[in-house]
Design a protein around this ligand. Structure first.
Ligand code: HEM
Length: 298
């Protein structure tokens, strides 16, 4: 069985770094990936209890050049929604994702990985995420409760090749707007109690609540994803949620986005997108197995 990359399965990490880049020199990427895995292994041996992990993902164009097998569902992020409720596309070639219990370790690994890639890539966006107390987002609601746990994580996230489809989006929160909403309006938007994190009964959920838009079933089967999102940003500047999801099927992630952004027959949109947050970026990637990452085509 192929091995999933090390920053997919572990949950409850305290800090993360996302780096999105475009590829300038395809001939150097395979070597850079191998070097990155070597550096990761040496840092993991030195800091055994920090859950340090790395996953490298490829956009469609890059995977078509470098990939060892077809990733049939992979596509460029098309963008969703319209007008004010829009998920813009900012697709790049490469996603480097690092997570662990310590920001300083992540930062050190990021420096080493970027050194391995050198000028073969040009970095377009770097985001640093941090876990808040009680797993709360900057909106003060607990985030991640319904994430798959235990063996279900790989069952949901990992495909038959040991790889995973990835969505990365940055959501900028307008906390003034959110705080101007009453507690009842905030809880209506999420469909959970803020303090206790208790879920609203199905009958009490607003059809545009976040849970109503993302808890989806097809033919009676729940469309699950594995979320690895964290708050990010500067207190005095842009801040919000770095939303990342892994899944063995891109379809599950896309269906949820379509339901949030009104690209469905009912045209309903997620209340979080009018009361709290605006999507600023979006890219789809494929994070292959460790074995496939070690034997890229070029
Ligand atoms: C659930 C916040 C974006 C998928 C939740 C919950 C919160 C939350 C507070 C409830 C607790 C939990 O189960 O984690 C947010 C915020 C977002 C955001 C603040 C951005 C502004 C997204 C996006 C997706 C998504 C873009 C999918 C592409 C889900 C799913 C659940 C969930 C699948 C669990 C639903 C269930 O089965 O109960 N989110 N989320 N979220 N969210 Fe999000």
């Amino acid at each position: 069985m192929p091995t999933a990359q090390t920053a997919i399965i572990p949950d409850h990490c305290r800090a993360a770094i996302w780096i999105e880049a475009d590829i300038q020199d395809y001939d150097k990427i395979a070597d850079a990936c191998k070097q990155s895995l070597d550096v990761l292994a040496s840092w993991q041996q030195r800091f055994t209890d920090k859950a340090l992990g790395l996953s490298i993902g490829f956009g469609k164009r890059a995977w078509e050049v470098l990939g060892t097998h077809e990733a049939a569902e992979l596509k460029d992020f098309p963008g969703y929604g319209r007008g004010e409720i829009r998920a813009p596309a900012t697709q790049h070639d490469l996603l480097i994702y690092i997570q662990s219990y310590e920001h300083d370790l992540n930062f050190s690994l990021a420096l080493a990985v970027l050194q391995a890639f050198g000028e073969s890539i040009s970095v377009q966006q770097e985001t640093h995420g941090f876990r808040r107390y009680e797993d709360r987002g900057l909106d003060d609601f607990v985030d991640g409760t319904e994430n798959p746990q235990g063996d279900d994580i790989s069952a949901v996230a990992i495909d038959e090749h040991g790889g995973s489809y990835v969505l990365l989006q940055r959501y900028r929160h307008d906390l003034n707007k959110w705080q101007a909403c009453s507690l009842a309006e905030q809880e209506e938007a999420v469909a959970r109690c803020k303090a206790s994190n208790e879920e609203f009964a199905k009958a009490d959920r607003h059809p545009c609540s976040h849970i109503a838009r993302t808890n989806l079933r097809e033919d009676g089967v729940k469309l699950e994803i594995v979320r690895r999102s964290l708050p990010y940003g500067a207190a005095s500047g842009e801040h919000g949620l770095a939303f990342m999801a892994y899944c063995a099927r891109l379809h599950n992630i896309e269906a949820q986005l379509q339901h949030m952004f009104g690209d469905t027959e009912d045209g309903l949109t997620d209340l979080l997108l009018t009361r709290l947050s605006k999507a600023l970026s979006g890219g789809y990637y494929y994070a292959p197995s460790v074995e496939d990452l070690q034997s890229l085509a070029v």
